[in-house]
Design a protein around this ligand. Structure first.
Ligand code: SF4
Length: 370
């Protein structure tokens, strides 16, 4: 029976990770084991001692914390730093963000990817101006109601900038949690994330909620690394860690299979007129909405088909057509591109096509074609 209970505890519920089982006569009595929570103090002490000096950690301004948290989603810390600093210089407050021209906003975001984050920032800033007179909402619930702000981001802003005792559960926290408590649950499962959040909620210290959340994330980012290579020798919570104790750090966390990405094949035309790149604006909805793109057509055209396609669009190559392959990976889609590159001339470009300049944000998906 003890083996059954241990197996159950490992596999099925976060809650079981915080319970002890006492067998008495024919009954199993479950009790909370609170001593398992002693990991919090060493974790926070470690963070305060050894946290990385990052620009967004030098402020508790809600606007700045918000911008940093959105930029850090799916982007590495080192890559974010220059973007964050330039963004705050150019758009220093909610009013500036709410009224920024779309092209200028995209230009500030160019290279960071996932442009919907930038568009949602602007939409949310508009709401903050219209509904809150430009003052950042300070509660988790009010933040959560804004466009582009989910549970994690609302938790991070509310705790770090405004001292609300709410958790912020990101991928780093899920990994640390799964290892710390030896949980064999799929950390991609939304139900698990919900359970982790519910478990952490009463544990967030009311005096330093931001430090607690930042410490958990920092541990995942620089010590409890993914891919079976945690630096347990440097870990402040090693004495409490089930995965370390049981030699399961390489097996945890369990990560369910990703859905296979859809592959889209296309031919992209990198055309220049007197050295200026030809492009046009994408539709206002869908992938890379409102950004600029290079001309393209579905499918991988042969050399002859590509030349014919140019002719159909009234474009004359001024020299040889060059062909090469490029690939760009989005979260759910891969673009496999055959690129046709040439200096060209045209009496009149098709409607909406222009020669781009530095003010036009060209997403990385197209930049790789140059
Ligand atoms: S002891 Fe190792 S596996 Fe456990 S939390 Fe620390 S770094 Fe992660």
């Amino acid at each position: 029976m003890l083996e059954d209970m241990t197996s159950l505890k490992r596999q099925y519920s976060t809650i079981f990770a915080h319970l002890s089982v006492i067998f008495h006569a024919d009954c199993a009595i479950l009790i909370w084991y609170t001593d398992g929570m002693n990991w919090i103090a060493p974790l926070m002490e470690w963070y305060l001692r050894s946290m990385r000096d990052l620009p967004w950690r030098r402020t508790r301004d809600g606007y700045a914390v918000w911008i940093s948290e959105i930029m850090l989603q799916q982007t590495r810390v080192a890559a974010v730093i220059p973007y964050y600093e330039r963004f705050l210089r150019k758009l220093p407050d909610v009013f500036a963000l709410a009224s920024v021209d779309d092209d200028r906003l995209h230009k500030l975001w160019e290279g960071l990817g996932y442009y919907s984050r930038a568009r949602n920032l602007k939409r949310a800033a508009g709401e903050i101006v219209s509904r809150f007179a430009g003052k950042m909402p300070q509660s988790y619930d009010a933040l959560l109601a804004l466009p582009g702000i989910g549970e994690y981001t609302a938790g991070a802003i509310a705790s770090i900038a405004y001292g609300e005792a709410v958790p912020a559960v990101d991928g780093n926290v899920l990994r640390v949690y799964a290892r710390l408590f030896g949980m064999e649950r799929d950390i991609r499962d939304p139900a698990f994330k919900k359970e982790v959040r519910a478990f952490l909620l009463p544990l967030v210290p009311t005096d330093q909620p931001g430090v607690f959340n930042a410490a958990l994330m920092e541990l995942g980012a620089i010590v409890c690394l993914p891919n079976g290579a945690p630096k347990c020798g440097e870990c402040p919570v090693r004495d409490f860690c089930a995965a370390y104790r049981e030699g399961r750090t390489a097996q945890l966390p369990v990560i369910g299979a990703k859905r296979a990405r859809k592959i889209e094949r296309k031919t992209v035309f990198a055309l220049t007129i007197h050295g200026g790149l030809v492009g046009f604006r994408r539709p206002e909805i869908g992938l890379l909405a409102g950004l600029w793109q290079l001309p393209e057509t579905p499918g991988e055209l042969s050399d002859a088909e590509a030349a014919a396609w140019l002719g159909e669009h009234g474009i004359l190559p001024a020299g040889e057509l060059r062909f090469y392959e490029r690939k760009h990976i989005f979260t759910h889609i891969e673009w496999h591109m055959r690129v046709c590159s040439a200096e060209v001339s045209a009496e009149a470009l098709p409607e909406g096509w222009i020669v781009l300049d530095e003010s036009h944000a060209l997403p990385t998906a197209y930049r790789v074609c140059l």
